[in-house]
Write a protein that binds this ligand. Structure first.
Ligand SMILES: [Zn+2]
Ligand SMILES: [Zn+2]
Length: 143
């Protein structure tokens, strides 16, 4: 992991109405397999980068961002574009971290996931998916 990473990385939501830049260093890159993250991402796991709360510059669309929190959860939150539903960065409930969903970044964050948490809650199909046949884009149409 780079401790010196300072480059700006662009990110945006699917509809492009919300755009931002973030910069490191990213202290952590965590894949979370908990049931809340699986629901919130509709995917096998969340992929979250952590950096300082001030390390973001919103370029446009901030007024479209909505935040969902589960009152009884210790730390779970989700911020998203109210137009297209894409996950977006947010400051943690304790104010200590900017949490950046890695999938909304357009560039290389310069770090790779260093831990997977709530592994025991992983989707039952997750590991099979990792070894399924790979295609560069759509697979060839079956004749
Ligand atoms: Zn959007
Ligand atoms: Zn989680």
């Amino acid at each position: 992991m780079s401790d010196e990473q300072t480059g700006m990385i662009a990110g945006s939501c699917l509809c492009s109405q919300v755009a931002f830049q973030v910069w490191g260093r990213f202290a952590r890159f965590v894949l979370c397999h908990c049931s809340r993250c699986r629901k919130a991402t509709a995917a096998a796991h969340a992929a979250n980068l952590f950096t300082g709360p001030g390390h973001i510059h919103w370029l446009r669309g901030r007024e479209l961002i909505r935040r969902y929190q589960i009152p009884e959860a210790r730390s779970f939150s989700k911020c998203f574009c109210s137009h297209c539903g894409s996950a977006l960065p947010y400051v943690s409930r304790n104010g200590e971290h900017l949490i950046v969903p890695a999938g909304v970044l357009d560039g290389d964050p310069g770090v790779v996931p260093e831990r997977q948490i709530f592994w025991d809650s992983r989707a039952c199909w997750h590991e099979a998916g990792l070894v399924a046949p790979r295609f560069a884009e759509y697979p060839p149409v079956a004749g």
